[in-house]
Design a protein around this ligand. Structure first.
Ligand code: SAM
Length: 336
C-alpha cells in the first residue's frame, strides 16, 4: 500500500462529486432505551454483540485518522448514545484530538439529567434532542413506553449546564404533527431551543412503517405561516436544514426535507457504526468495514488510505423517494 499524502491535511476527503467530507457521525451503540416505531421495530433484539463494538481506543484511533484527514466535526449518536457506559470519557478523548473543533451529541434526553454535567465537562457543547410530541400519552405510544417528563427534565438540565445551541428534532408524522407542532414551537421559544422539523424516512420496521407516516413538511410550513410571518433565517448549521426566523423574534425554525427535496449534492458526512463500519450514505449500502482492519493491526497510514479510498466510492445520492419500500438498514444500526 502506498503512503497517503496527508501532509496538508485539510480537505483530503473530497469525493468524486466534489463534496468535501468534514463531518463524522459516530455511533457508540446500536442499543436504545426507546422504541420509536419509525426507527426500531418493536421486540427487535438483534443487536450487535459487545465483542464487535469498537472499543474506546479503537474509536479514538478512527476519529484521530478522520481528524488528520480534514474532518473537524464529530457527532456522537446511536442507538441512544447515553446508554453506552462512560460516554463522557470518550467525549473527552475525542474533543482533545487535534483538528476536532466541534463535538456534538444526538440524544433522546431520557438519561440526560444524570449525565449532562459530565458530558459538558467532556467537551460536548451542542446537543440535538429528538422530541416528536408534547403529549405524554402520545410520546409513550410513539416511543414504545418512553416518559416525556424524563426528556423535559433532561432538557432543563442541559440548558442550566450551558449547552448551546440545543436543537429539538421533531419527526413530522401524519398522525401527530399537526396536533402538536404549535405546542413544541411555543416550548422551544420559551426555552430558547432551536426547532427543526424532519420528514420521516423509510427506515423503520415493516408493519407500522415510517413510510405510512410520511407527510411533506410543506404542510407544516403552510400551517405555521397562518400564525407567523417566516423570514429567511440566519442560522446555517453546516447541515441540511433550511432555517426561517419568526418575525419579531430571534427564534429560528428549520426544515429538513430528505424526501421532498433531497440535499445530497451538499452532503458533507459519513457515518461510523458501533461495529466499525463506515457507511458512505444513509440510504445506500456502500461501506467500508474498519473493524477487521483495526484488529489485524493496520498502520495509521494504512487506515487513512483505506478511508480515502472509501470516500472515492461515496454514492451520489439516496433513493428514499424513488424506492420508499427499500429499507437498506435500520437507523439505529447505521447511527442516526
Ligand atoms: N437516540 C438519539 C436520538 O434520539 O436523537 C440518536 C439516534 S436517533 C436514530 C437520531 C435521529 O434519527 C432522531 O432524531 C430520530 O428521530 C431520527 N430518526 C430515526 N428514524 C427516522 C426515520 N425513519 N425518519 C426520520 N428520522 C428518523
Amino acid at each position: 500500500m502506498t503512503t497517503p499524502d496527508t501532509s496538508h491535511h485539510r480537505n483530503a476527503l473530497v469525493d468524486p462529486f466534489g463534496r468535501t467530507i468534514e463531518y463524522l457521525r459516530l455511533s457508540v451503540t446500536d442499543k436504545c432505551n426507546l422504541r420509536c416505531f419509525y426507527c426500531l421495530p418493536k421486540g427487535f433484539k438483534d443487536f450487535e454483540t459487545p465483542a464487535n463494538w469498537l472499543t474506546f481506543d479503537e474509536i479514538e484511533r478512527v476519529a484521530a485518522a478522520f481528524g488528520e484527514l480534514g474532518v473537524h466535526r464529530i457527532r456522537l449518536t446511536g442507538g441512544e448514545p447515553l446508554v453506552r457506559k462512560d460516554l463522557p470519557d470518550l467525549a473527552r478523548r475525542i474533543s482533545n484530538l487535534p483538528g476536532i473543533d466541534d463535538l456534538s451529541l444526538s440524544t433522546n434526553a431520557t438519561l440526560l439529567e444524570q449525565q449532562a454535567e459530565a458530558l459538558y465537562a467532556g467537551g460536548i457543547r451542542r446537543i440535538n434532542v429528538s422530541l416528536d410530541t408534547m403529549n405524554a400519552e402520545q410520546f409513550s405510544d410513539i416511543t414504545g413506553g418512553g416518559r416525556l417528563d424524563e426528556v423535559l427534565r433532561g432538557l432543563d438540565k442541559a440548558r442550566q449546564v450551558g449547552f448551546s445551541p440545543i436543537k429539538i428534532n421533531m419527526v413530522v408524522m401524519k398522525d401527530t404533527c399537526l396536533d402538536d407542532y404549535q405546542r413544541i414551537l411555543e416550548y422551544c421559544m420559551q426555552n430558547n431551543f432551536t426547532l427543526r422539523f424532519i420528514e420521516t424516512m423509510p427506515m423503520g420496521a415493516p408493519g407500522r412503517d415510517a413510510s405510512d407516516q410520511y407527510m411533506s413538511i410543506e404542510v407544516v410550513r403552510e400551517s405555521l405561516e397562518k400564525s407567523y410571518n417566516l423570514l429567511p433565517g440566519l442560522m446555517t448549521g453546516g447541515g441540511p436544514a433550511r432555517y426561517y426566523r419568526i418575525d419579531g423574534s430571534d427564534f429560528e425554525v428549520g426544515f429538513i426535507t430528505p424526501i421532498s427535496q433531497h440535499f445530497c449534492e451538499s452532503c458533507n458526512r459519513v457515518r461510523l457504526s458501533v461495529d466499525g463500519t463506515i457507511y458512505l450514505c444513509l440510504g445506500q449500502d456502500d461501506k467500508l468495514e474498519l473493524r477487521p482492519l483495526l484488529r489485524d493491526g493496520i498502520s495509521d497510514d494504512g487506515l487513512k488510505q483505506a478511508i480515502i479510498d472509501a470516500i472515492a466510492r461515496k454514492p451520489e445520492r439516496h433513493e428514499f423517494k424513488d424506492k420508499p419500500s427499500q429499507v437498506v438498514r435500520l437507523m439505529s444500526m447505521t447511527g442516526g
